[in-house]
Design a protein around this ligand. Structure first.
Ligand code: SF4
Ligand code: ZN
Ligand code: ZN
Length: 290
């Protein structure tokens, strides 16, 4: 398989874009595509926190921004939450620290055990599944801490595959407002940071190959609580029959015209962070609502 540009050996084929690319031309193609998309989400002078879990997508996001920040006058830093999950959290933290050193990018680590006295497994209470507790903790901290560090935007590594899978789940449960919230930019209000998804049109495979093309070893750890993605095999089956299906879906989500709730958020009476309830979900799981 030869590169469509220079005829060196290609590292991957992109049927949707009718291209086969070598490592050098793939890095260039990925950067240009993602840059053109990200330009719509950022402004010069932005201070952007990158939510870096240590998974492949988030690491690709960091590598992409190490170049983008120089070209577009934005200031970025990596933000990582060490959840204290035995095995995977230590591994993830090591990898994130290595990327921070390699890319020369500032890193802020929030260590749950150190800051709150409890790791994620120690938070589990009653019948609430660990991913639900984890989601509440991450949503809260990824807004509060980067904001306190001076960020005005938070960038996450959500990829095209995640978005299509979430779309199906939200569509089947008729959560139209959740689909509207899948858009690549969600403007902030008050203490809520603006959230952006620069990898909205990039597949998981494209992100993985972006790291490979840069010569990085791929992280192999997996969170002990992760569940198999039910919709992925079905979506892949359709994509194989109709290349371009996932990209067409994502472009429809981008244009999905359903009003995102503009309900004014109040402030949690315990911590002062934005919430629609008297006490926010984070304070409740910390047991501060008594
Ligand atoms: Fe958190 Fe669940 Fe992801 Fe593990 S799999 S990091 S518990 S959301
Ligand atoms: Zn080439
Ligand atoms: Zn609170």
């Amino acid at each position: 398989m030869r590169c469509s540009v220079c005829s060196k050996e290609a590292i991957l084929e992109l049927p949707v874009y009718k291209k086969r690319l070598c490592a050098e031309h793939y890095v260039q193609w990925y950067y240009e595509k993602t840059r053109d998309f990200t330009k719509k989400l950022t402004r010069p002078g932005d201070k952007i926190a990158l939510a870096i879990s240590g998974g492949k997508d988030s690491l690709a996001l960091a590598v992409f921004f190490s170049q983008y920040q120089r070209e577009f006058d934005v200031d970025v830093f990596m933000f990582h939450i060490d959840l204290g999950i035995p095995g995977s959290s230590q591994e993830a933290r090591k990898v994130v620290e290595k990327f921070s050193r390699d890319l020369g990018m500032e890193l802020y680590v929030y260590d749950l055990k150190k800051e709150l006295g409890r790791s994620l497994p120690e938070f589990r209470k009653g019948s609430r599944p660990p991913c639900s507790v984890c989601g509440i903790i991450k949503r809260y901290l990824m807004n509060r801490i980067p904001r306190e560090l001076g960020a005005n935007k938070l960038a996450t590594g959500h990829n095209l595959d995640d978005q299509v899978e979430n779309f199906f789940k939200n569509w089947l449960s008729q959560h139209w407002d959740w689909i509207a919230k899948q858009k690549p930019i969600l403007p902030g209000q008050g203490k809520l940071l603006t959230r952006i998804k620069p990898l909205f049109e990039r597949t998981e495979k494209e992100n993985t190959m972006y790291l490979v093309a840069h010569g990085y070893d791929l992280p192999g750890y997996k969170c002990r609580y992760s569940q198999p993605a039910k919709w992925k095999p079905i979506v892949e089956m359709i994509e194989n029959e109709h290349p371009g299906f996932k990209l067409a879906m994502i472009k429809s989500i981008e244009r999905f015209d359903y009003p995102v709730s503009t309900q004014e958020l109040g402030e949690c009476k315990v911590c002062g962070e934005p919430t629609s309830q008297e006490v926010c979900a984070f304070c409740k799981i910390l047991g501060l609502n008594k």
